[in-house]
Design a protein around this ligand. Structure first.
Ligand code: NAD
Length: 327
C-alpha cells in the first residue's frame, strides 16, 4: 500500500491512453526503470511491495517474480501469455489476465499484409526502385506468386486464424486449416474453410499462416520435417510467436529452396533475428508489429488496465487466463 492507501502496481513499460488513467484510479503506479534489464531477478526486486504487475511480451514473469509476497495479479498487455509461467501463478493463487479479441482484426490484417508483401515482392521492389535500378518495364521483372485463387493453409483456427480465413474469401482463396479443435460445421461452412491434417495442409498450401499460441506442444511446430513436406513454391507467414518456427531449420530450408519464401513478424530470440535471414531477398521481416495500430494498442492498454483495476478491487477480471484462482 502507498501512503495514499492505494495498492502498488509495477508498470513494466508505458501503456497508451486511456490505460494510465484507469490504472491510476485503482493503484499507485510504480514505473519499471527503463534502463534496467528485463531479467527475473531485476523484475523480482522491482516488484517488492507490489500487488500487481502490468507486463508485456518481453517480460519473463516466472517463479522468481511470482514469489513476490502479496502479489495478486499479473496483467499482460497481449493476448499471448507465453512469457508468464501460468502454472506457477495458479499454484501461488496469482491471477493472470490477457487482452483477447481487441486485436484480432488488426493482427489478421497484418498477416495478410505479410502474405501479399511476400507473394508480390513488395519490399524487394521498393528497395529496387529507390536504389535507381528501375530502368523501364520488363516482361520478366520481379515476377511473383498469385494470391487470388491460391490455397491458404491456416495453422490454428482461433480468433485470429478465423480473421485471416475471412479475408482470404475476398481473394477467392481455397482455405484449409489444421487445428486439434476443429470449428463447428456451421462456422466452417460460413468461413469456407476445410479441416485437414497437418501433413495435407503442408503438402497442398501455397501460403501457410500460423496462428497458434506458443506452448510445449507448438514449440518448433514448423521444423525440417515440415519444411520437407511443403511445396517448393510455398510461402510461410508467421505472426504467432517466434519459437513456433525452428528458425535455424527455416534458414536451411530456404537455402535449400524447400520453400519459396517467408514473411515473419516474430522471432525465436527477440529482438535478435537469425543473421542468415537478413540478406535473403525472399524473406520479409517485421519487428513484432502485427497488433500495432493506434486504436488497437490503445484498446489493449485500456483492457489490461481494467483487468488489473478489477483484480485490485477484489473482483474477477473479465480476461482471466487461470479462472481456477478466482472461483
Ligand atoms: P486463440 O486461442 O483464439 O486461437 C489459437 C488456436 O490455435 C486455437 O483454435 C487452438 O485450438 C489452436 N491450436 C493450439 N495448439 C495447436 C496446434 N498444436 N496445432 C494447431 N492449432 C493449435 O488465439 P488468438 O487470439 O487467435 O491468438 C493466437 C496467437 O497469436 C496468440 O497466442 C499470440 O501468441 C499470437 N499473436 C501475435 C501477435 C503479434 O503481435 N505478432 C498479435 C496477436 C496474437
Amino acid at each position: 500500500m502507498s501512503a495514499a492507501g492505494k495498492p502498488r502496481v509495477l508498470l513494466m513499460h508505458p501503456i497508451l491512453d486511456p490505460g494510465p488513467a484507469i490504472l491510476a484510479e485503482a493503484a499507485e503506479v510504480v514505473p519499471y526503470p527503463p534502463d534496467r534489464p528485463l531479467d527475473e531477478a531485476s523484475i523480482r526486486q522491482a516488484a517488492d511491495g507490489c500487488v500487481g504487475i502490468v507486463s508485456q511480451v518481453m517480460d519473463p514473469i516466472r517463479e522468481a517474480v511470482l514469489s513476490t509476497p502479496g502479489l495478486k495479479c499479473v496483467s499482460n498487455v497481449a493476448v499471448g501469455f507465453d512469457n508468464i509461467d501460468v502454472a506457477a501463478a495458479t499454484q501461488r493463487k496469482v491471477m493472470v489476465t490477457n487482452t483477447p479479441g481487441v486485436l484480432d482484426d488488426t493482427t489478421a490484417d497484418f498477416a495478410f499484409t505479410l502474405l501479399m508483401a511476400a507473394a508480390r515482392r513488395v519490399v524487394e521492389a521498393d528497395s529496387f526502385t529507390r536504389s535507381g535500378k528501375f530502368r523501364g518495364w520488363a516482361i520478366d521483372m520481379m515476377l511473383g506468386a498469385d494470391v487470388y485463387g491460391a490455397t491458404l493453409g491456416i495453422i490454428g483456427i482461433g480468433r485470429i486464424g478465423r480473421g485471416v480465413a475471412h479475408r482470404a474469401k475476398g481473394f477467392n482463396m481455397r482455405v484449409i486449416y489444421y487445428d486439434p479443435h476443429p470449428l463447428p460445421p456451421e462456422a466452417q461452412d460460413q468461413l469456407g474453410a476445410t479441416p485437414v491434417d497437418l501433413r495435407r495442409l503442408l503438402m497442398e498450401s501455397d501460403f501457410i499462416s500460423i496462428h497458434v499460441p506458443l506452448s510445449q506442444d507448438t514449440h518448433h511446430l514448423m521444423s525440417t520435417p515440415q519444411f520437407e513436406q511443403m511445396k517448393r513454391t510455398a510461402i510461410l507467414i508467421n505472426t504467432s510467436r517466434g519459437p513456433v518456427v525452428d528458425e535455424a531449420a527455416l534458414v536451411e530450408a530456404l537455402k535449400a529452396k524447400k520453400l519459396a519464401g517467408a514473411a515473419l513478424d516474430v522471432y525465436e530470440r527477440e529482438p535478435a533475428v537469425h543473421p542468415n535471414l537478413i540478406p535473403m531477398s525472399n524473406v520479409v521481416l517485421a519487428p513484432h508489429i502485427a497488433s500495432a495500430t493506434t486504436r488497437t494498442r490503445s484498446e489493449m492498454s485500456a483492457m489490461a488496465a481494467r483487468n488489473m483495476a478489477t483484480a485490485l478491487r477484489g473482483g474477477r477480471p473479465p480476461n482471466l487466463v487461470n479462472p481456477e484462482v478466482k472461483k
